[in-house]
Design a protein around this ligand. Sequence first.
Ligand code: FES
Length: 280
Amino acid sequence: MIVPNLHQITVEAPDVAAAVEAGQFVIIRPVEDGERIPLTVSDWDRENGTITIVFMNVGKTTDTLSSLTKGSSLSTVVGPLGKTMDIDHYGTVLCIGGCYGIASIYPIARALKQNGNSVITMVEARSGYLLYWLDKLRNVSDRMVIFTRDGSKGSKGHINRLPEVLSAIKTPINRVIVNGCNYLMMRGSQETRPYQIPTIVSLNTLMIDGTGMCGVCRVTVDSKTKFACVDGPHFDGHTVDWEELAQRRKAYLKEEVLPVMSSRPYHTQLGNRPPIISQT
Ligand code: FES
């Protein structure tokens, strides 16, 4: 656990590590009779054959995954899947990450930097203690912008202050890339629309096979049905049907969360979060 409720695992998967590029994901099944879930590859080491994944504990399967100890084996690791993020020389690119997206934006920012772009990275969290990988991100960014909702680190606020960030950056922004929860990506896309800045989001949908066969990952983009696993996961955020995406995302919420909620005392689900109200 790198910050409360967010976990980082390094998996020995040489074939995946040899082929993965920025923006791709793997399908993982932690145990033999478990469910398959898609998780973005946030870093990799081709020489040692490992991939690194940061994920949030949101339900039964991620709970199982987070409970595995060092040296455990995973039943399934399939990948790399999905299209790679388009990386070109755009000029100045604003990379935005929140939650697990702070990790998944890292290889994208790194690839953009390696392609000669000026990279500005903006991260946001509810509080400073929920931020991580800041040094890694600084190493691949020309500039960092940090927001916390409580103002404990960086500026106070969240994605709603994106217009201020855009106007404070004196050079034109040629592209915005947003990784994180669907709300962050939706709101980021809404905020960049008036400025007509191309905005790419990496959608989090339910998936089963991750190879275009089951149709579970359907999304509507530009009024057309797309499969997030093979047509994406990267899409133009200005043309995504966000409402439909949110509805589909919630389809199995009860089945995901209930087994975890009923199996543990509430405080153990929150990790080592500092008390919000101090006791005197
Ligand atoms: Fe099955 Fe995309 S996950 S078609």
